[in-house]
Design a protein around this ligand. Structure first.
Ligand code: XMP
Length: 326
């Protein structure tokens, strides 16, 4: 019968059989899949694994710390953190087109990860080892979607993963290949991965970079992070985390509107709340969040984030709207 404990035991054996005493590398994003995959491999081969976390500066409040501190404390993984915030901000300077932003973030991410992977490989070489394996958090639905199916599970993959260059060829370790999302969460809980990571809402790779409508700057990221943290806190407090699939908070950075605060006129920015309910993100409906909860979020954001003087609600289903604004 299916238990998370059985899955862990079985995968630990498989991983050991696959990698032997070779070294393994894993890119952590802060999301559920890569975190649980890394925790499983760590359980199997311990310090043969090195994780790489690229901090692109586009994460939400507390998320980098969740990876750098809580995840490391809970699992004991060896972690290499690359602080690439300045690099991403420079690359994004002056850019407002959504697709261009996505391409830039994707491109920079691969470059930074490649450099870090090379360093890990070089360091392992100095110790007489060789990094031969790359962990991927591929889930069963991903396998089915790409036409792999069950039988493909043992095929050695010599992918140029995510566009990695030819001198970095890895074999893939994919310990979540037979699992659905809810099973991955159960395995994560079994392995002691922190709740904040196991139950994290879907969050796009390009992060807050595509939730600032307009140019991405340091100051705008700070504003959005503060507003987003308040929305998340209040939705959690109201017990809505399971009903709400995700709730992007979007900063309309190039829009300003007049407001009044105390005795003074303000000329600030709106943020949009985009709470959606969904099964698989392919379609979605806007969540009927109770008015009192919306009121609390609105009051807190306009009180606590001085640059924001208006909170608006997105009441569009998908289709025709997408979940993210960019
Ligand atoms: P849309 O906006 O297309 O989003 O309705 C559907 C789901 O996908 C997430 N999303 C992404 N996830 N990389 C990701 O890993 C991305 O570039 C990306 N863009 C959107 C979005 O948050 C939603 O859950």
């Amino acid at each position: 019968d299916w238990t998370a404990g059985n899955v862990v035991a079985e995968q630990v054996e498989r991983i050991r059989a696959q990698v032997g005493d070779a070294r393994v590398i894993c890119g952590l994003s802060g999301g559920v899949d890569s975190s649980v995959a890394a925790a499983l491999v760590q359980r199997a081969v311990g310090d043969q694994l090195t994780c790489v976390f690229v901090d692109h500066g586009l994460l939400r409040a507390g998320e980098a710390e969740q990876v750098e501190q809580d995840f490391v404390a809970a699992t004991g993984v060896q972690l290499k953190v690359v602080d690439a915030q300045e690099r991403f901000l420079s690359a994004l300077a002056g850019v407002t087109d959504p697709e261009t932003k996505r391409k830039i973030i994707g491109r920079e991410f691969i470059r930074v990860f490649e450099d870090a992977a090379r360093e890990v490989v070089a360091e392992a070489g100095e110790e007489g080892g060789e990094v031969r394996f790359l962990v991927q958090g591929t889930l069963y639905p991903d396998v089915v979607e790409s036409g792999g199916g069950e039988g493909a599970a043992n095929i050695k993959s010599h992918h140029n993963v995510g566009g990695l260059p030819d001198d970095l060829q890895f074999e893939l370790v994919e310990p979540l290949r037979t699992l659905f999302k809810d099973e991955v969460r159960a395995v994560g809980v079994e392995l002691g991965v922190p709740d904040a990571i196991v139950w994290r809402q879907p969050f796009p790779g390009p992060g807050l970079g595509i939730r600032i409508i307009g140019e991405v700057t340091h100051d705008r990221l700070e504003i959005l992070r503060a507003a987003d943290a308040i929305a998340r806190e209040e939705l959690t407090r109201a017990g809505l985390d399971r009903e709400v699939w995700q709730c992007p908070v979007v900063l309309l950075a190039d829009v300003r509107s007049v407001g009044v605060q105390g005795d003074g006129r303000t000329y600030g920015h709106p943020v949009v709340l985009r709470p959606v309910s969904s099964e698989d993100a392919m379609t979605a409906d806007w969540t009927r969040v109770p008015y009192e909860v919306l009121a609390t979020i609105s009051t807190r954001i306009t009180n606590e984030v001085p640059e924001v003087n208006r909170v608006v609600l997105d009441v569009t289903s998908k289709p025709p709207g997408t979940i993210e604004w960019e």
